[in-house]
Design a protein around this ligand. Sequence first.
Ligand SMILES: [Zn+2]
Length: 258
Amino acid sequence: MVSAKPLRRPQVSQMNWPDGKRWVYSITYDEGCQELLNHALPLHRKYGVPGHVALVASQIGVPRNVPGSSYDGWMILSREEIDMLCAEGWGVSCHSMTHASTTDANAEYEVVEARKVLEEALGRPVTMYCVPGSNECYPAALKVAERAGYKAIMTITDMVNTPETDLLALGRVPLHTQYPPPFYSAYDPYKRIHQAMDLGGWIIDYCHCPMPDKAVHPWKDCTLAELEERFATVCRVGGDEVWLAEPNDVVAHLLENR
Ligand SMILES: [Zn+2]
């Protein structure tokens, strides 16, 4: 008879996160659509989860003008609305100047200049960058990010971060109704939660603007009901062990404790 020796659970230091929390949950909304106020925000208040918007610097308080985008024409949050969200614990990051594909040729404008323009438009510091479009924009952004003044970069690599993760290469978990073909999937409110618990990790969910009934685009968003199912699952499974945190606060904590 073969007796399998159980693999030991990874040792997770309770010192990693504030107040003895075991793992961290964050969520980000790319583009910062104004409709977040009508739909997602009430769920944030209900579950005590702080939100985060990744903002295109040239698109504050105007209808989105990024031709070809699924969200083109959607109204984007104004400075006053963003002030209101930040007053209740939300945070922001820079999602480039124009959402163009970032290359070495335009990185100075899309990444460096974008930070200054966004800080000016919002009247608040912006120290996180959020790669637009796809990770193909990442290498050019990385080259200039630290000089631009960013302390962290969020990508769209689907992974759980840990206290050891490179802050300039943070992963985000797509919170989407369905994967694009050929990877068909059913919505999963447990996505990566048990991995985060086991590793003492940090989930940063990513979507755009959850709406009632139907996702705007099934592989860029979930529905409002699915968002609520996610928050309820994080809170129920995480209990007292999960730190519901705004990403800038987590970065600040990690920089203080490294
Ligand atoms: Zn985007």
